[in-house]
Design a protein around this ligand. Structure first.
Ligand code: ADP
Length: 495
């Protein structure tokens, strides 16, 4: 119970509730009690004034002294205790008088509870009444350890002088409020607690149900079930967002799982072709071709070609996985992009000349980028090789190098057929080839562009492909300019 989320929320809520109710209840109780005492004081004062009025102007003559001393003890008994006092604080009449209502006898005065007239006349309410102003006072009577409310009102003779006092006393309830009142307050408090507990329970359930669903989903995913989605509609933004994020994460895992499976399948497929060729060749050689000096040459050559292809494939895969893991060793340095492009074009010139294709390099003078020379050369080779491969005989490849803010862009446009628009979004995916047939125009396993993207991204740049409006495909590389590079002048040269 204490270790569960629901238990914790519930107990925390309960603790806050008890504390809140306790504090609020305390102040509420005090306020109600003060109101109650004030109302009772006003009532008692009115009664005292009424009693005094009965004796005003000697309507009824005040009895003559000697009189009794004031006894506190009777004041703690329930009801209103009325006395008539002389101005000196002596008790002239204790009401109810035994003769008026024989059933209500005053308890005998106790020695320690007797107040002398002198002490009595020092009481503030009595002093106020002697000065002609009716007053009330609350004090605790030690004899019964009870709070008693007092009200004193002046009695005036015909000349208007204060000739005596009506002095009323009434015990207040032991716990500050009458029992009925207390019961109602406690009842209301209990109802509030029960309601708050019910609401707290519902709230705790509202929070814990989605959390439990998420925990179950996560457990299923950890056991390999990637079809899990959690449906949460808790009306709590954070929990709903968490569920959405969880579902998104599962979908991503599913996608990456599928991609990984597809990758492994593609790798296996690409490996199988050269291995089958090599195996077939070995079998042919074993069947006697080995002894045929003239015939074994092409066989060995084909084996060599397939082995080279295998090595290239494995190397490419190595580059990709290293780039994925962020483990590519790069030697980033200021590099003149134009110079490198010229160098790569020169290297591929024999291939281009063979198909009567020309290069047109349009470039600004100081195209300094921050890049790894070998890796950038590998990317340029791939783009230029593709451009030559896809351009028709006598075609033209235009390479434009332009500044772009704090970057340099290198666009390679060919005069080939371009890339069908539906294939454009996937052109950089691994093993992706537009041609469905395996008999492509040369080329590799569909890894060239994905390697190019990985290498360019590892160098802090980006690469994209588009179709040139006039026909042909354009591949654009964007790389950060080197810090040593003065802002490009934008002057284009052509060769
Ligand atoms: P590969 O290494 O097998 O050539 P790439 O990753 O370099 O694969 O290219 C992937 C696909 O993109 C190719 O199959 C080809 O269809 C398409 N492609 C690449 N370059 C061009 C281009 N210049 N013009 C038209 N299509 C291209």
């Amino acid at each position: 119970m204490f270790r569960t989320l629901r238990g914790r929320i519930f107990l925390n809520g309960l603790a806050i509730l008890i504390l809140g109710l306790g504090i609020a209840g305390f102040f509420f109780w005090r306020a109600v009690e003060a109101m109650y005492v004030q109302t009772e004081a006003e009532n008692l004062l009115a009664q005292a004034e009424l009693t005094a009025a009965a004796y005003n102007n000697n309507n009824q003559p005040l009895p003559a002294v000697p009189a009794e001393s004031y006894s506190q003890v009777s004041n703690v008994m329930p009801g209103i205790h009325t006395r008539l006092l002389g101005t000196e604080g002596t008790v002239l009449i204790g009401l109810p008088l035994a003769s008026d209502s024989p059933a209500v006898q005053m308890p005998p005065a106790e020695g320690n509870a007797l107040i002398t007239p002198d002490e009595l006349s020092k009481r503030p309410e009595i002093q106020s009444a002697r000065n002609g102003i009716a007053a009330t006072f609350v004090r605790t009577v030690t004899a019964g350890n009870r709070r008693v409310l007092y009200a004193a009102a002046p009695i005036r003779d015909a000349s208007g002088e204060v000739s005596g006092l009506a002095y009323l006393a009434m015990p207040l309830p032991g716990n500050g409020l009458p029992a009925g009142f207390t019961l109602q307050l406690v009842g209301a408090g209990l109802v509030a607690v029960i309601l708050a507990l019910a609401v707290g329970f519902l709230l705790a359930r509202q929070i814990t149900t989605p959390v439990s669903a998420l925990a179950k989903g996560a457990s299923n995913v950890s056991h390999g079930d990637l079809t899990q989605t959690v449906s949460v509609n808790s009306q709590i933004d954070e929990l709903d967002n968490l569920a959405d994020t969880f579902n998104y994460m599962v979908a991503s895992l599913q996608k990456s799982n599928q991609a990984q499976n597809a990758f492994v399948a593609d790798v296996a497929h690409e490996l199988r072709t050269p291995l089958t060729v090599i195996k077939g060749t070995i079998e042919t050689l074993e069947d006697g071709a080995m002894d045929d000096l003239a015939g074994r040459g092409p066989l060995l050559e084909s084996m060599q070609k397939e082995t080279d292809r295998l090595i290239r494939l494995v190397n490419n895969l190595l580059v990709l996985t290293r780039a994925d893991a962020g483990m590519l060793k790069l030697h980033l340095q200021p590099l003149n992009l134009t110079d490198l492009v010229r160098q790569r074009c020169d290297r591929l010139l024999p291939l281009a000349i063979g198909r009567n294709i020309t290069f047109d390099i349009q470039s600004a003078n100081h195209s300094l980028v921050r890049a790894d020379e070998d890796r950038l050369a590998q990317v340029l080779d791939n783009l230029l090789d593709n451009a030559i491969r896809y351009s028709p005989e006598g075609g033209k490849i235009i390479i434009t190098i332009t500044p772009d803010g704090s970057n340099w862009c290198c666009a390679v446009s060919d005069s080939g057929p371009g890339i069908p628009p539906e294939h454009l979004p996937f052109i950089f995916d691994r093993f992706y080839r537009v041609e469905t047939s395996r008999r492509r125009q040369g080329g590799e396993a569909g890894l060239g562009l994905s390697i190019a993207r990985s290498l360019i991204q590892a160098q802090g740049g980006l690469i994209l492909a588009e179709n040139t409006p006039g026909g042909g495909a354009t591949f654009v590389i964007r790389l950060p300019a080197s810090d040593d590079c003065p802002e490009a002048a934008g002057l284009l040269t052509s060769n």
